[in-house]
Design a protein around this ligand. Structure first.
Ligand code: SF4
Ligand code: F3S
Length: 112
């Protein structure tokens, strides 16, 4: 089992999650983070930290594509353990639907 970052993170990227992870298994893309399913120890402490409620346990239904996306980009994006400032317009993207199609970027973030 693992926890998974989902669509709600895209363009919000608050980064509260990275500070609480005991195994530092978050990876940073240009406009979202992912969790490495190979490293996540399933502790669950990151889930309530996310203001966008983007982090879910993989036991929830319908998360297959997100599990795949987290797994794929955790291989190439840089590790992030330190919270930086979230995007200035992050709040405008909370709860917006269709963010994967409209805004997802494969570009890596800057990492630590
Ligand atoms: Fe890290 Fe725990 Fe969240 Fe997994 S569930 S990403 S180990 S804080
Ligand atoms: Fe994304 Fe939530 Fe973390 S918006 S960066 S999963 S705190």
């Amino acid at each position: 089992m693992t926890y998974v970052v989902t669509e709600a993170c895209i363009k919000c990227k608050y980064m509260d999650c990275v500070e609480v992870c005991p195994v530092d298994c978050f990876y940073e893309g240009e406009n979202m983070l992912v969790i490495s399913p190979n490293e996540c120890i399933d502790c669950g402490v990151c889930e309530p930290e996310c203001p966008a409620e983007a982090i879910l346990p993989d036991t929830e239904d319908g998360l297959e594509k997100w599990i795949e996306l987290n797994s794929k980009y955790a291989e190439t994006w840089p590790n992030i353990t330190i919270k930086r400032e979230s995007p200035a317009d992050a709040d405008e993207f909370q709860g917006v639907e269709g963010k994967l199609d409209k805004f997802f970027s494969e570009a890596p973030g800057q990492g630590d």
